[in-house]
Ligand binder design. Structure first.
Ligand SMILES: NC(=O)c1ccc[n+]([C@@H]2O[C@H](COP(=O)([O-])OP(=O)(O)OC[C@H]3O[C@@H](n4cnc5c(N)ncnc54)[C@H](O)[C@@H]3O)[C@@H](O)[C@H]2O)c1
Length: 378
C-alpha cells in the first residue's frame, strides 16, 4: 500500500445486526461506505440520517446495479445468504456475508465456483475466529506455548425460543460455524469428515418446522492432514443453559478452557506442575493494537468521539469478543492487497458444510459423512 491507498467502496445490506458495522466501514482507512440497504424505508432513513449515509436502497437488485459499489457486506436473514451472495458475485461485487454461508451444500458449491470463476473474493464473517479469546489462544499456539495440539472442542448453546421467522425448529448444526470455525482456524485446517448424534427431543410444534427432532446435536470431526479430532456441541431449544460460545484447546504443554459462565475468566492448565498449580485463571487481553487506529475503539463497544462530539453506541460492538472491526479490517485489507480473506470461499464452505453434513449424519444415526473435495483449501 502506498501513501495514497486505494479505498474499497462498500455497501451494507441488512441493518439489524448489520447496522453495527456502519461506523466501522465509515472509519476504516481503506473503506468508503457508499450505501446501505434494507427493506423498510423508515428504518433505512433513520439509520441513514443518524450515520450520514446519503445513498439508501430498499431494493437489493437496484443496489447491485450501482457501479460505484465494489463490495457488499450482507447481514440478511439466514435463508437469504446464499442467493444474495450469488447475485452479488454475478453482478461483479466482492462479498462478505454473515454466518452461515448457505443452508445447502449445493449453494456452498455454487459460491465457491463463482468466486473461482470471477476472481471475486468471498468471506464468511465468522465472529468467533476474530474474537479476543480466539486471538489469544492462537497467539499462544503460534508461539509454541501450548505444545502439540491434541484435541479441540467448541460449543454454542443459546435459547432461541421466541425468535422470529426462520429460527423456530432450526436444526442446531445448520448454524454451527461459531463452533466449527475456531476448531479449524486454530491450525488453519479443513474438516475431512464428520459424524454426529442427536440427543433429546424438542417440542412437537418445533419439530414440524424443519423435521429436526433433536435438542442437542454433538459432532466429532476429523481434521484433514492432522492427528487432531474436534468435538462440537450445539443446542437451540428446550435445553437449560446460559448463552455460551466456548472453545477449549488441549495441548501437550498447556491447555485453554473457556469460562463456564459469563463474567468468569478462562483457565490455562500447565503440565508437569504440582496438581494445585496446574490451573490458573487468565485475563484475556484486547487485540485492538492489530487494527488501524480509527477503528480500534470498536473492540470494546460504545465510545465517545471527542473529535466529532458524538457518542457511538452499540448493542453488540464490544460483544462477540470485539470481533467486528477485525472482520471489516480483514475483508478490506484482503481486497486492497489482492489476497484471499480468511476464511475464503472454500474455507467458508468447508465450515458451513461440516454443520450441514453433521445434521444429515445425526438424522442417519451418526453415519460418517465426508466433506466434499471442492471445499478443501489444499
Ligand atoms: N455473531 C454473529 O455472527 C451474528 C450475530 C447476530 C446476527 N447474525 C446474523 O445476522 C443476520 C441478520 O440477523 P438480524 O438479527 O439482524 O436479523 P433481522 O431480521 O433483525 O434483520 C435482517 C435485516 O435484513 C434486511 N433484509 C432482509 N431481506 C432483505 C432484502 N431482500 N433486501 C434488503 N434487505 C433485506 C431487513 O430489512 C433487516 O434490516 C442473520 O443471518 C444472523 O444469523 C450473526
Amino acid at each position: 500500500m502506498g501513501s495514497t491507498p486505494r479505498k474499497v467502496r462498500t455497501a451494507i445490506v441488512g441493518l439489524g445486526f448489520g447496522a453495527e458495522f456502519i461506523p466501522i466501514h465509515q472509519r476504516h482507512p481503506h473503506a468508503e461506505l457508499v450505501a446501505i440497504c434494507q427493506r423498510s424505508r423508515d428504518k433505512l432513513d433513520e439509520l441513514g440520517k443518524a450515520h450520514g449515509v446519503e445513498r439508501r436502497y430498499e431494493s437489493y437488485a437496484d443496489l447491485l446495479k450501482d457501479k460505484e459499489i465494489d463490495a457488499v457486506h450482507i447481514n440478511s436473514p439466514i435463508p437469504d445468504h446464499a442467493a444474495m451472495s450469488i447475485q452479488a458475485l454475478e453482478a461483479g461485487k466482492h462479498v462478505m456475508c454473515t454466518v452461515p454461508m448457505a443452508t445447502s451444500v449445493d449453494d456452498c458449491r455454487t459460491i465457491v465456483e463463482l468466486s473461482a470463476k470471477t476472481g471475486l473474493k468471498y468471506m464468511m464473517a465468522e465472529t468467533v475466529v476474530y474474537a479476543r479469546e480466539f486471538l489469544f489462544i492462537k497467539q499462544l499456539a503460534n508461539a509454541g506455548e501450548l505444545g502439540q495440539i491434541q484435541f479441540v472442542q467448541a460449543s454454542h448453546q443459546q435459547d432461541m425460543d421466541g425468535w422470529p421467522n426462520y429460527w423456530p425448529g432450526l436444526p442446531p448444526m445448520h448454524y454451527a460455524t461459531h463452533c466449527v470455525g475456531p476448531c479449524l482456524a486454530l491450525e488453519r485446517k479443513d474438516a475431512l469428515e464428520v459424524s454426529c448424534f442427536g440427543s433429546g427431543r424438542i417440542r412437537e410444534e418445533l419439530v414440524g418446522k424443519y423435521g429436526s427432532p433433536f435438542a442437542i446435536e454433538s459432532a466429532h470431526m476429523k481434521l484433514k492432514d492432522s492427528d487432531v479430532v474436534a468435538r462440537v456441541i450445539r443446542s437451540l431449544f428446550d435445553t437449560a443453559r446460559q448463552y455460551r460460545e466456548s472453545f477449549d484447546v488441549y495441548g501437550s504443554k498447556q491447555s485453554f478452557e473457556w469460562q463456564l459462565c459469563e463474567g468468569e475468566e478462562p483457565v490455562l492448565h500447565t503440565a508437569k506442575r504440582p496438581e494445585p498449580e496446574i490451573p490458573a485463571h487468565v485475563t484475556v487481553p484486547d487485540f485492538a493494537h492489530l487494527l488501524p487506529e480509527p477503528i480500534r475503539c470498536f473492540t470494546t463497544g460504545g465510545v465517545y468521539d471527542a473529535d466529532e462530539h458524538q457518542h457511538l453506541s452499540f448493542t453488540q460492538g464490544g460483544g462477540h469478543g470485539g470481533s467486528h472491526p477485525h472482520l471489516v479490517h480483514e475483508f478490506v485489507t484482503a481486497l486492497v492487497e489482492g489476497r484471499d480473506p480468511y476464511p475464503n470461499a472454500r474455507q467458508s464452505a468447508n465450515w458451513t458444510c461440516t454443520g450441514l453434513l453433521a445434521h444429515e449424519s445425526a438424522m442417519a444415526g451418526g453415519v460418517i459423512k465426508k466433506l466434499p473435495e471442492w471445499s478443501f483449501s489444499s
